[in-house]
Design a protein around this ligand. Structure first.
Ligand code: SF4
Length: 109
């Protein structure tokens, strides 16, 4: 009888552990839809935002309006005002300016 009680307790611990891990694993396993923002959905639609682009050189990560946050899957877009996928693209894509061009210091180039 003691053995059966231990088995039930052990099974209960497994169930509790599994229930605690499901939300964590679900967040970690988020796919390409992780970089969405319902507040800017109409703007994303009007600018034809998509999570990927055929030419990687025209991805959000190479856009002037893209800001990468440390250790985050998504970056921030100054136009969208929310998270975007680094491999994404929209109609407002502009090539990221060279740091010298941004500061106005183009001496020696
Ligand atoms: S403006 Fe468009 S292409 Fe540029 S970062 Fe934002 S969503 Fe990406």
């Amino acid at each position: 009888m003691v053995l059966a009680r231990r088995s039930v307790v052990r099974l209960g611990l497994h169930v509790v552990t599994a229930c605690a891990l499901v939300p964590i694993l679900t967040v970690e396993a988020k796919g390409p839809d992780a970089c969405t923002d319902s507040a800017s959905e109409s703007l994303r639609n009007s600018l034809h935002y998509r999570n990927s682009v055929a030419d990687p050189k025209q991805a959000c990560s190479h856009c002037e309006f893209y800001v990468q946050e440390d250790n985050k899957q998504c970056g921030q877009c100054m136009i969208m005002g929310g998270p975007v996928d680094p491999t994404g693209h929209c109609d407002s894509w502009v090539v990221k300016a060279h740091p010298k061009e941004r500061s106005g210091d183009d001496r020696g180039s």
